[in-house]
Structures are given as structure tokens and as C-alpha cells.
Design a protein. Sequence first.
Length: 179
Amino acid sequence: MKEIRILDKTFREFIPEETIQLRIEQLAKQLNKDLAGKDVVFLGILNGAFLFAADLFRRINLEARISFVKLASYEGTTSSGTIKELIGWNEDIRNKTIIVIEDIVDTGNTLERIVDELIIRKAFEIKIATMLYKPEAYKKKIPLDYVGIEIPNDFVVGYGLDYNGYGRNLPSIYTLIPE
Ligand code: 5GP
């Protein structure tokens, strides 16, 4: 098995590029079928989902738009401390079918924050597409409509996902080897 080193950690190849691409092909086929005739905006969540969003969207053969937002943390004045704000909106999503494109759903906190915002902005319908999903870690009830691959509750990098900013350009997904 292929091993790589990123900064101070070692990772083992876990999901090869071909498997990822094959799965995206299948997801795109399903989306093309399900979304026919709808007014659709794909919404990629930066930074992690940029590769998945690109690979998925290029296989969508419908009239659809794509936009990106980013979750930014800032120190709020509330007692809970850090607040995550979604920045970069440049699309009117009112009455549209929104396909949220996520790199990975872990606890679901990020996803919940995004879905809440989409509801406030009056999306007509919200569907979730995520490349990776950790069912053991998921704590929310939001249904995940399009899941690429389910993985165990381990730390992974590659295909958009980083370790301290590195590893996003790896075409395969790697899992951390515990020390
Ligand atoms: P959640 O809010 O669902 O707990 O986590 C979602 C975010 O946490 C993802 O968008 C991603 O940025 C980060 N994340 C969760 N699990 C992993 C992982 O295994 N590896 C990396 N690199 N990031 C992860």
C-alpha cells in the first residue's frame, strides 16, 4: 500500500483515484435523472469541496448554475465564543433547488449551519451531495441525499481535504496511520 508523509504525519492510500471518479460518475448520472426540469443551483462549500464540485459539475448535463460559499470562523461576542459565518454569497437562491456540495460530513455541524442559512434565504428545496460520510460521527437528522463513499471515523486527506493546509492536491484519499 502506498504511504505518504505530510508534515509530521504518515498516511496510507485508502480510496484510489479511479474509485472516486467512478463513484462521481454514478452520482452525476443519478443527479441528471433526479434534477431534470428543475431550477437548480449547485453550492460548493470551500475549501474542501472544490475538486469534488468540479468533477461532479462537469458531468452534469442539465442547465444549472454553480456558486461557492465559505465558512469563516470569527470570535463573536456571544457566550458560545466562535461563530461560523457563511461568506461569499453572490447568488439569489430564492425558490431554487439547491444541491449542497460537501467534501465530507463528519458530525454534521457544518452542514446544519449551511442548511439553516439556505432556509433563511428561502431555498425551494435543499439536497445534500457529499463525497465522504462518516456515519459513526454523524449527529444530525438532515438526510444526506447523495453520498459518495461511507468511511470509518478516521482522519483522511487528499482529494480536496487537507492536513494543516497540505494534501488537497492528492487525487486519491489517504487515511492517517496512528503513531
Ligand atoms: P463536521 O462539521 O461535519 O463535523 O465537519 C465537516 C468539516 O470538518 C469538513 O468540511 C472538513 O473540513 C472537516 N473534516 C471532517 N473530517 C475530516 C477528515 O477526516 N479530514 C479532513 N481533512 N477534514 C475533515
